[in-house]
Ligand binder design. Structure first.
Ligand SMILES: [Zn+2]
Length: 629
């Protein structure tokens, strides 16, 4: 069997992969000689010498006499096979056969699934097709997918009734001493029938029931309750851990302040063993506003505890120390809050003491950071949905795209003029928690639960009004130093009197107001300390007339905010200062304006969840259709 393994790996990797195959005898464990490797009982699974599609009933398999093939019963439905042994990093090699229309899967650690499905000749495979990394799902109220999974790069599936080969090289998630995950699980390579279908794909959560716990080790699971399947030549081999670099003290050259999350003008000086002093630069035209602490450790972080004394020489503390947590990450997906250590010189110098790093590369950013690259990746994902239109309104001063996303069902029977129209925008850069909140709103609005709402609403989203700031560390400002929320002009957009990017977005908003589907509401998405904090700054004519009083919206938000991530909605009647986005559209057009603040203590998932709760409340409050003209 070792010989078989070597031959198959050679055959599979030879065409698609440059890596050298494993040599025969290198520690492969064979699982398919009998059923002893698996948790008992094994239900209707039986040992056969082969399997083929039943020519008289192509939805069934026929087992053949002999040994070496595992078949999931005569009808093809029984309990899953789960190995007794558990692995961390491992490679798996197997062959499978399914009849027409069948469905199975192989789950690493019992929770990360590579789908097996009859996807022969499917033109555009998805995460639910053969070789896909299966979608995530919520179990309540009933099982439903909440993402699309990860599609294979190509459809490599063979016809039903043919044996197919699958090779998986898998890296387990990593955890720190307190048991918190610091590196995601990863499908390093997945090869189906000799074709590379996944290459270094992270899985941030279990597939299917994504609340399932993740561990450093787990069993292999072969799915048997969705349809007929047979496996043979199942071989598994633990992988040696990727050796971290030999522990080495951090040096100044290991830090980068010019990456996608950067900080202009930062100066770093080593003052001891893994101990540095960081002096921050300031925002354009604002000498008293420090740029935020954002950097990347490119190498040598493993095993070290970084101590960073942060100073701001201009001596004022606007928006810097204590106001918000920072976050650090080893993989750019899982983020851990870090707060200023006690002590230091109030408003001038404080210290960050990091835990021991478990990886060589570390990213540190403001709040739960979102880089411009992250935003573009999110937008590239959303635009796959047929109900999303992505508008590029222009360029920022730094040459980045200024995006507005529109979500509505283009084939809805409701004319655009009868749909409720909402506009959501983040003005202040680096108020990243509000950007994740917007992402949560979009994710939910594109889910199957919101099908009806997409037919009767139009939602516009601006994830980043000032996309140049994340790579410079500018908090609240654009490249001209304008405080972005202060440059709405209720008198009308004026190129000479406002921030360049704010002018582009206000001009677009004015064009939307002149369109056949003018805005009903404008939502300004910000972050400050504590829970999400929505405040109505101006009530449009629909409130209390075409829809219920604003307190109805407050009740709906409380209903959907099951995790208590939000303060109760409030409404203010105070006169609004001029020139703010959070009241400008109300002053200019009389439409409802809502300021949504708070959320800085929440992690990424909690901000996504808070956004979902807010979106659910809004579409339910704006029920039915907008009254006809
Ligand atoms: Zn703000």
């Amino acid at each position: 069997m070792n010989l078989f393994a070597a031959i198959v790996v050679s055959a599979m990797l030879g065409s698609a992969l440059p890596a050298a195959p494993a040599a025969a005898g290198d520690g492969w464990i064979v699982l398919s000689n009998d059923l002893t490797a698996f948790e008992q009982p094994t239900g209707r699974w039986y040992i056969a010498g082969g399997a083929r599609m039943n020519p008289k009933f192509e939805r069934r398999l026929l087992g053949e006499p002999g040994q070496g093939t595992l078949v999931n019963g005569k009808v093809g439905v029984t309990g899953n096979l789960v190995t007794r042994q558990q692995w961390g990093d491992a490679e798996v090699l197997l062959e499978f056969i399914i009849p027409r229309g069948s469905n199975s899967g192989v789950k690493l650690h019992g929770v990360y699934e590579v789908q097996i499905f009859d996807s022969w000749k499917v033109a555009r495979p998805t995460g639910a097709d053969c070789g896909g990394i299966y979608p995530r799902a919520e179990m309540k109220p009933t099982y439903h997918h909440i993402d699309e999974g990860i599609a294979p790069r190509v459809n490599a599936a063979k016809a039903p009734g043919q044996w197919q080969t699958l090779y998986i090289r898998f890296r387990a998630p990593r955890f720190d001493k307190e048991g918190r995950k610091i590196v995601n699980a990863q499908f390093e390579k997945v090869v189906l029938n000799g074709q590379l279908i996944h290459d270094h794909v992270d899985v941030a959560h279990p597939t299917g029931d994504w609340h399932a716990p993740e561990h450093a080790k787990g069993p292999l699971l072969f799915q048997a309750d969705h349809g007929p399947v047979a496996f043979r030549h199942i071989c598994v081999r633990p992988l040696p851990a990727v050796p971290p670099s030999k522990k080495q003290q951090l040096q100044e050259a290991d830090f980068n302040f010019r990456g996608p999350l950067g900080s202009d003008g930062a100066r770093l000086v080593r003052i001891g063993e893994n101990h540095f002093q960081l002096t921050l630069g300031h925002a354009p035209t604002h000498p008293a506003w420090a740029n935020m602490v954002q950097f990347e450790i490119l190498r040598h972080a493993y095993g070290n505890r970084l101590r960073l004394d942060v100073r701001f020489e201009n001596g004022r503390r606007e928006y810097l120390f204590d106001d918000y947590p920072l976050s650090w990450s080893c993989d750019g997906r899982n983020w851990w809050h870090i707060r200023w250590s006690p002590g230091g010189v109030k408003g001038k110098a404080r210290t960050l003491e990091f835990p021991q790093f478990a990886a060589d590369r570390v990213i540190v950013g403001h709040q739960v950071p979102m880089s411009y690259d992250d935003a573009e990746r999110l937008i590239a994902g959303w635009r796959q949905h047929p109900h999303v239109r992505v508008h590029v309104l222009g360029k920022s001063l730094g040459g980045r795209n200024l995006y507005r996303l529109t979500i509505t069902d283009p084939s809805s029977p409701n004319p655009p003029a009868r749909r409720w129209v909402h506009h959501f925008a983040n003005q202040h850069p680096l108020e990243c928690c509000s950007q994740w909140r917007i992402a949560g709103m979009i994710d939910w609005l594109l889910s199957d639960e919101a099908v009806q709402h997409r037919q009767r609403t139009i939602c516009h989203f601006t994830l980043m009004m000032s996309p140049d700031a994340a790579s410079h560390g500018w908090y609240r400002t654009n490249g001209q130093g304008f405080d972005m929320n202060r440059t709405y002009r209720a008198e009308g957009a004026d190129k000479t009197k406002q921030a360049h990017e704010a002018y582009v977005f206000q001009s677009d908003l004015e064009a939307l107001m002149r369109s056949e589907a003018p805005l009903t509401t404008s939502w300004e998405m910000h972050t400050w300390q504590g829970l999400m904090d929505p405040i109505i700054r101006g009530q449009g004519p629909e409130m209390g007339k075409e829809v219920g009083p604003w307190e109805d919206l407050k009740k709906l938000l409380a209903k959907y905010d099951t995790q208590k991530l939000s303060k109760p909605l409030t409404a203010v009647a105070e006169p609004h200062p001029e020139g703010h986005w959070d009241c400008g559209p109300f002053r200019q057009f009389g439409i409802t304006n809502v300021l949504v603040e708070g959320g800085s203590d929440a992690d990424m998932q909690q901000n996504l969840d808070a956004g979902e709760a807010l979106m659910r409340a809004i579409v339910e409050y704006y029920r039915g259709l907008r009254p006809g003209q």
